[in-house]
Design a protein around this ligand. Structure first.
Ligand SMILES: *Cc1c(COP(=O)(O)O)cnc(C)c1O
Length: 404
């Protein structure tokens, strides 16, 4: 990390306290344009996956750039509408929700993406062809190695299996449903352009049977670097190969369709820094633990997915390297990282978790009656507090006091 960035992050922690999530707004904007440029001359539509980071300031920032959103709950839709998105820019991609939630989304006028045949039938009986729908298909390609974040495999609950297309076509025909989009999202770990292209071929093949398409949505799967040597999706290479293939497909299909993507991580992961303070250094027979003022309540990815987050000591950037195990203060085993090489750590130092923009704050919770941290947005050289740290009042807000 550069000296300037280190000082800036430390300044924010000093002003707002730790723990604190910090987002680099300019980095988010750059990532968005990098994606658009990779697919030129196509005019792709990017639907940011709101679940990655849903602070309204971030939504407004992306809205200003012309980005759309992908929402997985009615409340994400409402947050997006409040942030200024038009219903036409919003795609609703829920899974395992009931007709009542889908009905509410229809009323709000957003695009609907359906991921099972039961709801597709109910939708058809209720709306017939008055409201077009997109269909989420599971192409059964395996993306990456971590089954918890890959959603295209045979045991996955996501999408309608590619092998059920005959059934889908029957339902569509008999209920007179208008399908305006096809969608696939095979998880967050696609390594290379070839796997993407393989999925694309499957979708192009299916598309021939649907005659009212307006768009094809390839979901996400863009991989970002968590470790320094990590392989990432080469979006330029993917953009070049996929746009060429997409243009030929449109010619075969006989109509110019829109190409959509729904990145979460790609847009916000690397823009995020999570800063925590070292409470205690505890030497045991096994290791040297660094205990910080945070835990699985604020950043659960290491415990839930075994995800790697690079950790650096901002307070002592020139200190000699030593090996530590970084743990949280929650009464569970909440280990952030074993055997990490950090510049010598002292109690009171500020550590920084990198790649903390995606699925950090949005997955946080109040376990152990701990407050959720503040969020700060850095934009054009200015820092803005975009969410206050919670207080005890927030915890008690919905409790109902009874007389005992
Ligand atoms: C979570 C999700 C995404 C975003 O995935 P990333 O790995 O963060 O890019 C996109 N589409 C759908 C349907 C999702 O559920």
């Amino acid at each position: 990390m550069t000296e300037v960035k280190t000082q800036e992050l430390l300044k924010i922690a000093k002003e707002n306290g730790a723990p604190v999530y910090i987002y680099d707004g300019n980095k988010i904007i750059n990532q968005y344009h990098k994606l658009l440029n990779a697919f030129k001359p196509l005019d792709i539509k990017v639907k940011y996956a709101v679940k990655a980071l849903n602070n309204s300031a971030i939504l407004k920032l992306l809205n200003k750039e012309g980005c759309g959103v992908d929402c997985v709950s009615i409340f994400e839709i409402k947050l997006s509408l409040l942030a200024g998105f038009e219903p036409s820019q919003i795609l609703f991609t829920p899974n395992c929700v009931g007709m009542d939630e889908i009905r509410q989304a229809v009323k709000l006028g957003v695009h609907i993406n359906i991921d099972n045949i039961s709801i597709l039938e109910q939708f058809g009986h209720e709306f017939s062809n008055t409201i077009p729908v997109c269909i989420r298909i599971n192409p059964h390609i395996l993306a990456g190695g971590n089954s918890k974040i890959s959603t295209g495999h045979i045991d996955s609950k996501f999408g309608i299996s590619i092998y059920q297309m005959r059934h889908v076509l029957r339902v569509i025909e008999s209920a007179n449903i208008k399908v305006n989009g096809l969608h696939m999202h095979t998880g967050s770990d696609i390594l290379d352009a070839n796997v993407f292209l393989q999925g694309a071929e499957i979708l192009f093949d299916v598309a021939k049977d649907f005659h009212d398409l307006e768009f094809i949505d390839f979901g996400s799967g863009f991989k970002v670097a968590y470790k320094e040597a990590d392989v990432t999706t080469d979006v330029e290479e993917l953009g070049k190969a996929l746009s060429e293939r997409f243009i030929t497909f449109c010619k075969e299909y006989g109509k110019e369709l829109e190409l959509w993507f729904e990145p979460g991580k790609f847009l916000v992961s690397e823009a995020g820094y999570f800063l925590v303070k070292v409470n205690v250094i505890k030497q045991t027979t096994a290791t040297v633990f660094v205990g910080v003022d945070s835990g699985m309540n604020h950043l659960i990815r290491p415990m839930m997915y075994n995800s790697y987050h690079h950790i650096v000591n901002l307070s002592n950037p020139d200190g000699k390297h030593r090996i530590y195990t970084i743990v949280g203060y929650i009464c569970e085993t909440d280990t952030f990282g074993w055997d990490r090489k950090l510049n010598e750590v002292h109690e009171g130092d500020i550590l920084c978790f990198k790649n903390a923009g995606a699925y950090g704050f949005t997955m946080s919770n109040n376990y152990n009656a701990r407050m959720r941290p503040a969020e700060v947005l850095m934009l054009d050289g200015k820092n803005h507090l975009i969410r206050k740290r919670e207080t005890l009042d927030d915890l008690l807000k919905n409790e109902v006091d009874i007389v005992l």
